[in-house]
Design a protein around this ligand. Structure first.
Ligand code: 6R9
Length: 647
């Protein structure tokens, strides 16, 4: 069946930088001569000394080496802040919306410059210099961005640790990169609750667990007092008390590391993904401009957390490099209730909203309540990121948040890719709910079978990227071998995303999810995302997760976890109905073998369902769940195990 297609809304298409023809032309040029293409595009960034070299990249086994613009020098902070001062000093750089409804702040580029430069001088006072690592464990406050930019200004490498991580996870990350300083706050606020950041850092650092840390800088964000441990701890405001606002940006080489960001891999130990300065800045700013068709007066809101790559590339570096007003939101979409997002959009006249399917589904579960109390008329473009967006969520987002007037830009990318790889760039293409559509300039997505043979035409396979792009990760901190092994060894001479994808008859890409989530049922390949999407399309299903489990006859059976919408009774009759539903919505080959009711699903703090755990529970391997330290709410797992045993 042909996918439903939506045209780019006329109001967007008429003014967008791209048209289908100009996209095709520019894409073709980027592929025909990447060297010439990026030599030109690299100029969007201010360089202290220009590059003569552009692309020096090799994916050769045993010699993976990725360098872009390697003889140029620049400073990322200068590009996000200083270069805007001549024309945009009084323009708002950051709008901060606090956790509580009536708390907000506007920071101009001039003020941003002052805050960042003073804090950079503060870090220098603590002995932080070029190449030193600094861990940032902060709530979603402007100071988190100041801290990142201050590190970039003095050439220190930041490693942002998501504010929801536990002490053990902090210690692992701090130790892996041997951070010298940890920047935190006394407390964060999320959904009306206090998040004990400073106590978590204390626990992480206790008993000499993090021997490289000399100092902890603490922002006083709430009124809660914690005792400081002298001489290790220092208040942010005291540190900068006597610092001036003059701090010249360090001259960095294009290939000097800008930051490390830890992400989970298939094995337990988190991977320290390393991004360098020049290529990352070019790619983050360019993709931001094109994916959201950014205009000078736009108010742009990416509702991610700075603890994730989306926050790095699309709250801080991309938008600020482009001189865009970027909104930082401390809270959650459901606090005080599901109308919050719409109300924030109206209050700050947001033009572009970029969020995740998991947030969209949380709002969708409450019907249309999320649309109450706001008009959202300022919106022009919607974005989605983090996981495949099921067509039902896409349509709900399109209709009830975007008033059927804003394109939904479904952006596929990864921590390792630095920026967006595949999306329906406005107005390069029509949209198909659930499809990420087309590659960005310079990106060559290909599908291969399990042996690495290229697959042509309309088909499904493993998603690889042939050749390099400037925003790509360069290595894993301290473990280049693992970098090669993880991304370049499954298939030779290409980058392996770890995702599966389908390419339809029009050449559009549909990400089907991590390859390890693809089921093979009676010889039929089925994406867990497809089955979930079918389930979520049923009105009583709030959320669903599907995993495979060994099945005597079929090879793999389909095990389904379902969270029902508030107020619905989870009965045996409903089980039967849902099985029937999936058969008719998708296919009899997708018939669920078992449906387990789940009051909640185990998710990482960024909202990704931890299928690894669900697979273990489905297989009755409860005693060996592996690393659960990144779970948002570990108690969910206990109740799932209990339900499983009592079934
Ligand atoms: C940016 C980010 C990366 C993984 C990726 C894929 C999934 C992200 C997606 C998507 C389908 C999209 N993913 N965006 N799948 N459609 N639009 O999320 O980075 O946290 O490293 O996750 O997320 O499976 O491989 P990261």
């Amino acid at each position: 069946m042909a996918a439903k297609t939506y045209a780019m809304p006329t109001a967007v298409a008429e003014h967008a930088r791209l048209s289908p023809a100009s996209y095709q032309e520019k894409y073709a040029a980027s592929i025909a001569d990447p060297e010439a293409f990026w030599r030109e595009e690299g100029k969007r960034i201010n360089w202290f000394s220009p590059y003569s070299k552009v692309k020096e990249t090799s994916y050769a086994p045993g010699n993976v080496n990725i360098r872009w613009f390697s003889d140029g020098t620049l400073n990322a902070c200068y590009n996000c802040v200083d270069r805007h001062l001549p024309k945009r000093a009084d323009k708002t750089a950051i709008i901060w919306e606090g956790d509580e409804v009536d708390v907000q702040k506007h920071v101009t580029f001039r003020e941003l410059h002052e805050h960042v430069a003073r804090f950079a001088n503060g870090l220098k006072k603590l002995g932080v210099g070029k190449g030193d690592r600094v861990a940032i464990y902060m709530p979603m406050v402007p100071e988190a961005a100041y801290a990142m930019l201050a590190c970039a200004r003095i050439g220190a490498v930041h490693s942002v640790i998501f504010g929801g991580f536990s002490p053990n996870a902090i210690a692992d990350r701090v130790n892996d990169c041997e951070a010298k300083v940890v920047i935190t706050a006394n407390e964060g606020r999320r959904g009306g609750k206090a998040v004990p950041l400073k106590p978590n850092v204390d626990k992480a650092l206790s008993k000499g667990a993090c021997p490289t840390v000399d100092h902890v800088v603490i922002l006083k964000h709430t009124d809660t007092d914690y005792e400081l441990e002298a001489p290790r701890d220092v208040w942010w405001h005291e540190l900068i008390g006597d610092c001036d606002t003059d701090c010249s940006p360090e001259v960095m080489n294009a290939e000097d590391p800008l930051f490390i960001l830890y992400t989970s891999g298939s094995t337990g130990k988190p991977k320290g993904v390393v991004h360098t300065t020049g290529g990352y800045m070019v790619y983050a700013s360019m993709t931001h401009e094109y994916a959201f068709d950014i205009r000078e007066d736009d108010v742009y809101w990416c509702a991610a957390d700075v603890g994730w790559i989306t926050g790095h590339s699309y709250i801080v570096y991309g938008p600020l490099a482009n001189g865009t007003t970027t909104l930082m939101f401390e809270g959650v979409p459901t606090y005080p209730d599901v109308s919050r997002i719409g109300k924030v959009v109206d209050k700050h006249q947001v033009n572009i909203l970029y969020t995740a399917p998991t947030a969209i589904r949380a709002l969708m579960a409450k019907g249309t309540a999320a649309a109450k109390g706001s008009t959202r008329e300022s919106l022009r473009i919607l974005g989605s990121v983090g996981e495949p967006i099921n067509p039902e969520a896409w349509e709900w987002y399109y209709n009830h948040i975007g008033n059927s007037q804003c394109p939904v830009i479904d952006t596929f990318w990864q921590t390792e890719t630095g920026g967006i790889l595949i999306a329906p760039f406005p107005a390069a293409t029509d949209m198909k709910p659930g499809s990420a559509m087309l590659p960005f300039f310079g990106i060559k997505p290909k599908l291969v079978d399990n042996e690495g043979h290229p697959l042509e035409g309309a088909t499904e396979g493993n998603l690889i990227i042939e050749d390099s792009w400037p925003g790509q990760a360069r290595t894993l901190w301290g473990d280049h071998e693992r970098f090669e092994q993880t991304y370049f060894s499954t298939y030779k001479n290409v980058y392996f995303t770890g995702d599966g994808a389908r390419r339809d008859e029009d050449g559009h890409f549909w990400i089907t999810g991590r390859v390890d989530d693809v089921l093979n049922v009676s010889g039929h390949r089925l994406g867990t995302a497809e089955i979930e999407s079918a389930l979520v399309a049923h009105e009583v299903v709030a959320e669903a997760a599907v995993v495979g489990y060994p099945h005597d006859l079929k090879g793999q059976g389909i095990y389904v976890y379902v969270t029902v919408v508030d107020g619905v009774n989870a009965t045996d009759e409903l089980r039967v109905e849902l099985v029937k539903w999936v058969r008719s919505e998708l296919s009899p080959i997708a018939t669920p073998d078992f449906i387990q009711w789940a009051p909640g699903l185990p998710k990482t703090r960024s909202g990704k369902i931890m299928r690894r755990i669900l697979r273990k529970i489905a297989c009755n391997e409860h005693s060996n769940l592996g690393d659960t330290s990144t779970l948002a709410d570990p108690s969910v797992v206990d109740s799932l195990i209990e339900n499983r045993l009592n079934r």
